[in-house]
Ligand binder design. Structure first.
Ligand SMILES: Cc1cc2nc3c(=O)[nH]c(=O)nc-3n(C[C@H](O)[C@H](O)[C@H](O)COP(=O)(O)OP(=O)(O)OC[C@H]3O[C@@H](n4cnc5c(N)ncnc54)[C@H](O)[C@@H]3O)c2cc1C
Length: 440
């Protein structure tokens, strides 16, 4: 194990959360994690395993001991009969995707970036979009974790099945994950089609689009009547049929326009918010249609270098379009100026007790601001609308709900809390965020 360092600090991607004066440890395996946990428990200190800090909330904020993921990376087993892959929990999604592609394999679905660690991504319920394929945690079929008493537990459908059931979205509250086993499938291609539409046409077409395509994403540009729609459709496993974007086009659209120009534009608009409505209307008109076919992970994920702040809620699918209309109405009654689009996604019901899509067809609405914009007035204007419809906030994105609210949103919460009492009786893994959303 690397020698613990004292006093370094931790900061999340958005810069909204930070901590100082931590003991930093980089364990390489479950035994090393167990030793740190036992030592911390005996000293009455807390341990937090953080991933890459891509959560906007303080869910990953260490208070005493900070476990870093760098020495727990890579694939450890591939089972082609069971079609599963086991990887160390600190592996970044982008590394897993590349390794899987080399093996001719793929995850079923994922979110829109691949920087996160596997443990971090599943622990907060990271999801993508699509009416058929659920989020990352629903693809997990096995776990290994170190409990708050320093015990190493393996969990699968046949061994500690309750730990697997509840630990897939574990919020970092049940233990330190050391390996994760995912169900995989043969590497497949997605046909991506992007098309601007009017607000009215996009809402009218939404149900048909989500029925006809495997993955649909929409982006509404505040202050405008325009939506960008993205639809991805599975087109098989014959990789020779790929028609990726030419390198120059990928660079122009995804690097220059989506990162460099968008970053400069939103920075400038942050200083001149009165220009935002006209700039959004112009930007939404400049977007043109495009289509391409590529291996799944290259279609699902892009690089995001423009740092922002985000709140996202899942509401019942059947209420989704009305909630979106209500959010727009609330926005237009306000004097808010917002330069980032509102993102709309869907997910099927899953069986992961603390997943935002647990047991219900879900419609996700995500609100973003520039990293230097005070997000509070915007999010506070939207949150009551989302909460009035039984909205469940993404655990890793800004929200204000507490343990009482969580109890009303998740019917299996009592089971989760009972498992937490069993696996972490002394709350070695707690922090102020977990105290707020789970109670102490
Ligand atoms: C640019 C950007 C794009 C995003 N896109 C999406 C998206 O498309 N869909 C979506 O749903 N979310 C998205 N997110 C949110 C992101 O996926 C989650 O916040 C995710 O949890 C971040 O993973 P991480 O590795 O950074 O974990 P962190 O944020 O560092 O940690 C998250 C949680 O995981 C726990 N954890 C980390 N490692 C371990 C371990 N070994 N054992 C136990 N617990 C552990 C931490 O303690 C904490 O509770 C996005 C975030 C950003 C910044």
């Amino acid at each position: 194990m690397s020698t613990p360092q004292t006093a370094p600090s931790w900061r999340n991607w958005s810069g909204l959360e930070s901590a100082d004066g931590l003991e930093v440890v980089q364990p390489a395996d479950a035994d090393e994690v167990a030793e740190v946990v036992r030592r911390a428990r005996a000293a009455g200190r807390t341990v937090k395993s953080a991933g890459t800090g891509h959560s906007f909330t303080g869910i990953a904020r260490p208070q005493h001991v900070h476990l870093r993921p760098e020495r727990m990376r890579g694939i450890v087993a591939v089972d082609r009969d069971a079609m599963t892959v086991t990887a160390l929990a600190g592996t970044q999604l982008k590394v897993l995707n590349a390794e899987l592609a080399r093996l001719g394999l793929s995850l079923h679905n994922m979110g829109d970036i691949a920087e996160q660690t596997l443990a971090g991504a599943i622990s907060t319920g990271t999801h993508g979009t699509g009416g058929r394929a659920a989020g990352l945690a629903a693809q997990v079929v096995g776990l290994e974790l170190v409990t708050g008493t320093g015990e190493v537990l393996r969990a699968s459908a046949t061994e500690n099945a309750d730990v697997l059931d509840l630990g897939r979205v574990g919020l970092g509250a049940l233990g330190v994950l050391t390996t994760i086993t995912f169900a995989v499938e043969p590497l497949f291609l997605l046909r991506a089609e992007e098309q601007p539409m009017s607000w009215t046409d996009a809402l009218a077409a939404f149900d048909d689009l989500t029925a006809a395509h495997d993955h649909v994403d929409m982006y509404w540009f505040p202050h405008s009547d325009r939506m960008l729609t993205k639809r991805n459709t599975r087109v098989g496993t014959d990789l020779a049929a790929a028609e990726p974007l030419p390198r120059w086009r990928a660079w122009l659209d995804d690097d220059l326009l989506s990162n460099t120009v968008f970053g400069a534009q939103t920075s400038a608009l942050n200083l001149a918010p009165q220009a935002i409505p006209a700039a959004n209307r112009l930007a939404s008109r400049l977007l043109g249609p495009r289509s391409y076919t590529d291996v799944a992970h290259r279609v699902f994920t892009t690089e995001r270098r423009v740092v922002f702040r985000e709140m996202e809620y899942a509401v019942p699918r059947e209420a989704g379009l009305d909630v979106l209309r209500e959010c727009r109405a609330a926005f237009e009654r306000s004097s808010l100026r917002v330069s980032f689009p509102v993102e709309i996604r869907v997910a099927p019901p899953d069986d992961v007790p603390l997943s935002t899509s647990y047991d219900r067809d879900s419609f996700y609405l995500a609100f973003h601001t520039h990293r230097r914009t005070d997000h509070r007035a915007y999010f506070a204007a939207m949150e009551p609308v989302l909460r009035a419809h039984g909205g469940r906030p993404h655990w890793g994105k800004v929200h204000t709900i507490d343990a009482d609210d969580v109890a009303g949103l998740y019917p299996r919460l009592p089971d989760f809390l009972a498992l937490r009492d069993r696996l972490d009786p002394d709350r070695v893994f707690t922090n102020s965020y977990l105290d707020r959303v789970l109670g102490d």
